[in-house]
Design a protein around this ligand. Sequence first.
Ligand code: NDP
Length: 455
Amino acid sequence: MSSAREYVKGVLNYVRECSPGQNEFYQATTEVFESLIPLLEEDRRYKDYSILERIVTPERTIIFRVTWVDDSGKIRSNLGYRVQFNSAIGPYKGGLRFHPTVNLGIVKFLGFEQIFKNSLTGLDIGAGKGGSNFDPKGKSDNEIMAFCQSFMNEMYRHMGETRDIPAGDIGVGPREIGYLYGQYKRLTVRFEGALTGKKTSWGGSQGRIEATGYGSVYFAENILNKYGDEIKGKVCAVSGAGNVAIHTIEKLLKMGAIPVTCSDSKGTIYHKNGIDLNTLKAIKGMERRGSLAEYANIHKGAQYIPLHKYPEGGHAAWSVPCDVAFPSATQNELTLTDAKNLVKNGCILVNEGANMPTTPEAMAYLKSNGVYFGPAKAANAGGVAVSQLEMAQNASMQNWTFAQVDTKLFEIMRNIFNTAYNTSKEFGQEGDLLMGANIAGFRRVADAMIDQGAV
Ligand code: NDP
C-alpha cells in the first residue's frame, strides 16, 4: 500500500473513532479522501503538515438548546447546531437546515462538503453549516417565528458579516431567513449582510432564489457541451419539489429541455409531456407547501406515484425513461437500484442538485457504465456563489440586476466546470469530475492552511 493510501486509511479510522454513528460524515470524508490519493502521492506536504487530520476537524462546533412556545402555550425544545468547519480562505459560509432528520453527523457531512464547494467557486468563502431537528411542517407562522427567534438568541453571538454568514437549506427559505434576520438585527442593532437568502426588498440579491437550480443546469450544459451535446431537447428526471428542484425545472424549460418528474417526501409526479411549472409553483411555491397529489388532479395526463421508497428500493423518479437525472431533494436518495434503472432506461448524465444524493454503490455503478457525473460540490455550488455576490452587494451597498447576477453565475459555473475538468486531466483521469472537484477544492484550502501555520 502506498504511503498516501496508508495516510488516508489512518485518518479515516481516526474519523470513525472520533465520530461514532455519524455515517453520512464518514461517507463524505471517505469519498473526498480516496479521490485525493493521487495528489497526496505527488505532494508530501499535505501529510507533513497533518492537513487531513486538521481538515476533518471543525474549527468550532456549537450545539445549543432552542426553546420556544407553541400556539397552545406549551414549551417546546429542539437542538440547534452550527459547525464552523474551516476559515482558511474566508469567513464561515453555509446554510441552515430545519428538518427532523438533522443531527450532528448530518451537519458535519454538509459542512465538510461545503469546504470544497466554496473553495471551487474561486470566491473567498470558508465553510460552515447548521440547523435544527425542528420540523417546520405543520407549524403556524407564529410558531416558526418563535422558533427562529429563539434559534437566533444563541446563534447571533457566533456570526457576523466577516465571521459566519448562514443561509437557507432544506426547510429554511425566505420566510425563515426573514425571522432569523429580524432577530439578529434586534439583538445586534446592526443592518449588515450577516445572512444571505434575504428578500430582495431588504438586502437580498436578485437571482439568489434561482441560483442553485439554474447553476445546476448550467453545469450539466457544460458537461454535455464538452462531449458535443446539449441539454436542449433532453428528457430530464428531477427529484424534489423545493427551491432547488423548482428552479432546476424552470431553467430546463427555458433551455428547451423536457423535465418529466418531480417529487416530495410523499410521492412523485411523472408528467411525460413535461412538468407544468405554474402548477408546480402554485402547489409547492415559497408561500405554500401543498401535496404533489394535487398536481395529478389538475393535469389528467400526469401520474402521481405515492410514497416512493427512500432510500432502499427504487425511487419512482429514477424509474422513468430519461436522458439526464437531477437528484435535487436530499442525501442518499439515488441508490444502486435506481442507478441500474437509470442505465437501463438510457440515462447519460447524473447531475447532483442536492448534497450527496448518490450512494457510493450507485456512483460506482454509474461510472462503470459510462454515465457522465456532475458531483454535488461542483454542480450545486451556484447557490453559495450567489450568496457571496449578495454579501458583496451588501458590503458595497449596491443592488445588481438579475441579468448581472445571472451572467456572473453562468461564468462561475463554467469556471467550476473547467477547474474540475482540467484537474481531472492533470491527474490522468480526464473527465472524472468528482476527482477533479475534490482535488481542486482541497488544494486551495490546504495550501492556505499551510500558509497560515499551525492553527
Ligand atoms: P427545500 O426544503 O426547498 O426542498 C426539499 C425538497 O426535497 C422537498 O420537496 C422535500 O419534500 C424533499 N425532501 C427533503 N428531505 C427529504 C427526505 N428525507 N425524503 C424525501 N424527500 C425529502 O430544500 P432545497 O431545495 O433548498 O434543498 C434540496 C437539496 O439541495 C438539499 O440536499 C440541500 O442541501 C441542497 N442544496 C440547497 C441549496 C439551496 O440554495 N437551497 C444550495 C446547495 C445545495 P417535502 O416538501 O415533502 O418536505
